[in-house]
Design a protein around this ligand. Structure first.
Ligand SMILES: *[C@@H]1O[C@H](CO)[C@@H](O)[C@H](O)[C@H]1NC(C)=O
Length: 233
């Protein structure tokens, strides 16, 4: 009896220690969310679960034409809706809360053509709205491969950054690509960003009936050239 009580106390203390919400009301929402969340369980009532992916490009840091590599800084916006939040829960809670992603399921969207693991420059926190809309927006430095043969020509090179789910096919995760945003883009004195494109591409493999969608962000970049800017009227 006493032992059971002790175990319960320890559990409750452990639980409370990772509650980060700052108001009683959001605390309730947080407790409810964690009660119904299992980071390992795919949270879809209806499949595929819609997952949106966007890229907010902050800077192009480096273009390495000898290695065919480009390095950018960008915030990756990943959004989805937790379907297990009921109308009742929604009515009870107002503001969004911030949750460590280790406590909730997050889509396993990864870059397919990085040179090494992207460096995350932000805390691993997601924002969950009362209706279940969830956003995880890691700020990352990522270096990826790109054919830079045309980097010094007028048309420039199209550098593509491809993202998709590592383990789930299109009938589980329905990927939606948002346009690349450049509101906070810092100009590089040596590199010109001419255009950006977003496309969802779907692959099929001979083995399987499933489709494998990926979001392809294309950055059309070229070497900045003083002469060219002088004569391009
Ligand atoms: C870059 O991609 C866009 C869109 O697919 C295309 O219209 C354009 O011709 C491409 N440019 C180069 C240099 O490949």
């Amino acid at each position: 009896m006493e032992r059971a009580l002790l175990v319960i106390c320890i559990c409750v203390a452990g639980y409370a220690s990772f509650v980060q919400s700052d108001t009683r009301e959001s605390n309730e929402f947080y407790t409810m969310l964690l009660r119904d969340s299992d980071p390992g369980l795919f949270p879809a009532r209806e499949q595929p679960l819609k997952v949106t992916l966007g890229l907010d490009l902050a800077a192009i840091r480096q273009v390495d034409t000898t290695r065919d590599e480009v390095e950018i800084m960008a915030m990756r916006t990943i959004g989805w809706k937790n379907p297990f939040i009921t109308q009742e829960d929604k009515a009870k809670h107002k503001g969004p809360i911030s949750v460590d992603i280790k406590h909730i399921w997050t889509p396993d969207i990864v870059a397919y053509n990085p040179v090494h693991a992207p460096e995350s420059l932000s805390p691993p926190l997601a924002v969950v709205n009362p209706d279940g809309e969830t956003f995880y927006i890691p700020n990352e430095r990522i270096r990826f491969t790109c054919n830079l043969e045309k980097f010094e020509t007028d048309e420039g090179s199209n550098c593509t950054l491809r993202y998709g789910s590592w383990t789930r096919s299109g009938d589980k995760i329905g990927l939606i690509g948002n346009d690349v945003t450049t509101d906070s883009f810092q100009k590089n004195p040596r590199i010109e960003l001419l255009n950006t494109y977003t496309e969802v591409q779907v692959k099929h493999y001979p083995c399987c009936s499933e489709s494998y969608p990926s979001v392809v962000f294309t950055l059309n970049i070229r070497k900045r050239n003083a002469l060219r800017s002088l004569f391009s009227w």
